[in-house]
Design a binder for this molecule. Structure first.
Ligand code: BEZ
Length: 211
């Protein structure tokens, strides 16, 4: 069954390029991103794994662990790993799950039940410290993901986990945010001491509260 926002992220134990990993233990009490790759030694995936590795510091800063999955075994991943460093200018610095038996792909519903091959879609799951799924993304195999967008959503999720705010269209870290409609103007004055700008009763902007 498809995993929806707010569901508990299914736990699993799997062999990876960094040894046996239990997903929940790996995440600890931080955030996590599980993302799937259709197959090893495929061009778009190679660029994605290099790009995520190059941005590892941005994920560390956000207390977020990365873990990838591809429906091939760990030996194959380890051979692919050297191609990634050779071609992408970044050493793979997070684990890839060996999933030749599709255990994790099936658990997270990454393969269409009517598919006639084992190619997963490009799925992304962001998991919060309570192990709840906060974001799901599904891309076709032909389109590589955008690391900036994933970092941007992570910033938004982490902000709205701490403050009663949401983030407007095209928002980026550091820009004004929207006060949740459930917060009264009086409460907003207290909660957002930098003040707020009221465009409509339901549309109030305030400077990003954690900056
Ligand atoms: C790729 O990563 O380039 C890819 C993987 C599976 C199908 C198509 C493209």
């Amino acid at each position: 069954m498809a995993i929806r926002l707010g569901d508990e992220a299914p736990d699993f134990t799997a062999e990876t390029t960094e040894g046996t990993i239990n997903f929940y233990d790996y995440l600890g009490d931080g955030w996590g991103i599980l993302f799937s790759h259709p197959k090893d030694f495929t061009p778009v995936c190679t660029t994605e794994l290099g790009a995520f590795s190059a941005r590892r510091a941005d994920f560390d800063k956000r207390n977020t662990k990365l873990i990838a999955v591809s429906v091939d075994d760990v030996d194959s991943h380890l051979r692919w790993k050297s191609d990634i460093s050779e071609t992408q200018g970044a050493e793979l610095n997070f684990p890839i799950i060996g999933d030749a038996d599709r255990k994790v792909a099936d658990l997270y519903d990454m393969i269409h039940p009517n598919a006639n091959d084992t190619l997963t879609v490009r799925s992304v799951f962001i998991v919060d410290p309570n192990k709840k799924v906060k974001l799901t993304l599904t891309y076709p195999a032909s389109t590589g993901r955008n690391v900036d967008e994933i970092v941007r959503v992570l910033d938004s999720l982490q902000l709205s986990a701490k403050f009663p705010v949401s983030t407007p269209v095209n928002w980026k870290d550091g820009e004004d945010v929207i006060i949740a409609p459930a917060v009264s103007d009086d409460d907003a004055k207290e909660k957002f001491p930098k003040g707020f700008r009221k465009v409509k009763d339901y549309l109030r902007y305030t400077p990003q509260p954690n900056k």
